[in-house]
Write a protein that binds this ligand. Structure first.
Ligand code: MG
Ligand code: MG
Ligand code: MG
Length: 307
């Protein structure tokens, strides 16, 4: 029998990749051993740091699924963020922490969605309810995912459950949350090797908001102005994407993980919606977004009210 494939969203982040690996362990403990963690892209530098630290191999990268595949979706449910042929596959399970969007299936399924800051927080609760022991490596992977998704508890998406889960996991993993967490996040801010085209694709999510086609991409940094040095080049790459995909809006959020602010390069015929949404003026296509670090809580829904 073909293995059930476990994967997170395209442009995978730390939660998508590490939670897929963790779900494979969880399923095996639930006597479902015919599973395989994979991903819809290579790990980013932050994720790779966590994989190296806990000595775990990156999952196999797959490009698509087909009608004879059974899958478990982690860290997403929106088909637009999934494998291109996801509607042909049999979805066996979803474990996610995002709003439900663009999702429908022909079969009943096991669907677990909780309003936590990270998929891994849900996974830890599943280990607990099933009385399964969490080993040091798995604890480290779940901890890393929570640190990533909550920006070390600084994101407004962080819930008390994420924090207390991370504290328990850090004990099992034997790491100091702040030291390890900052090192891991900083590993993800090394953007020096990326072209502008790669930068705007590192963590890009396309959505449809009030009938408008929107991409919100995000990078983490400790020096926003270093990224903006290449603004012209970044803008020309964004313009290409807008033309190719017929987008109404492209927001490229450059987030300072230490100061917990963002500057966004905003282009597209709906660019003024960002001025309205945040009560700011775009200067040279850039908006300063004070206190904004979360696309999910502070960008997508705010745009939704103003597009
Ligand atoms: Mg994610
Ligand atoms: Mg996540
Ligand atoms: Mg993210």
């Amino acid at each position: 029998m073909k293995e059930t494939l476990i994967f997170g969203h395209k442009n995978p982040d730390t939660d998508s990749i590490l939670s897929s690996i963790v779900v494979a362990d969880l399923e095996a403990n639930l006597q479902n051993t015919n599973v395989k963690a994979c991903s819809l892209g290579n790990p980013n530098k932050e994720t790779q740091y966590a994989l190296n630290y806990f000595n775990v191999q990156a999952p196999e990268v797959i490009s698509d699924v087909s009608s004879d595949d059974t899958v478990i979706l982690v860290d997403h449910n929106d088909f637009k963020q999934s494998a291109d042929s996801i509607k042909d596959a049999k979805i066996y399970k979803v474990i996610d922490h995002h709003c439900i969007s663009g999702f429908d299936t022909a079969y009943p399924l096991d669907f677990t969605v909780k309003p936590f800051g990270c998929t891994a927080t849900i996974l830890y609760s599943l280990y607990k309810t099933n009385n399964i022991e969490v080993n040091k490596t798995v604890a480290g992977l779940m901890l890393s995912a929570i640190i990533s998704d909550t920006l070390l508890f600084n994101s407004p998406t962080c819930t008390p459950a994420d924090k207390s889960t991370a504290e328990e996991l850090a004990k099992i993993a034997g790491v100091d949350i702040n030291t390890y967490g900052l090192d891991m996040l900083k590993a993800g801010t090394d953007l020096s090797s990326f072209s502008s085209e790669e930068l705007i694709n590192l963590d890009a999510k396309q959505s449809e908001i009030n009938g408008k086609k929107v991409i919100v991409a995000q990078v983490n940094t400790v020096a926003i102005d270093d990224v903006l040095k290449n603004q012209q080049d970044i803008e020309s790459e964004i313009t290409k994407v807008i033309d190719n995909k017929g987008l109404d809006l492209f927001v490229f959020a450059i987030t300072d993980i230490m100061a917990c602010n963002s500057k966004a390069i905003v282009l597209g015929n709906c660019a003024s919606s960002v001025e309205k949404a945040y009560n700011v003026k775009l200067e040279n296509n850039v908006a300063f977004l004070e206190g904004v670090v979360s696309r999910k809580k502070q960008i997508i829904p705010v745009l939704g009210e103003n597009l």
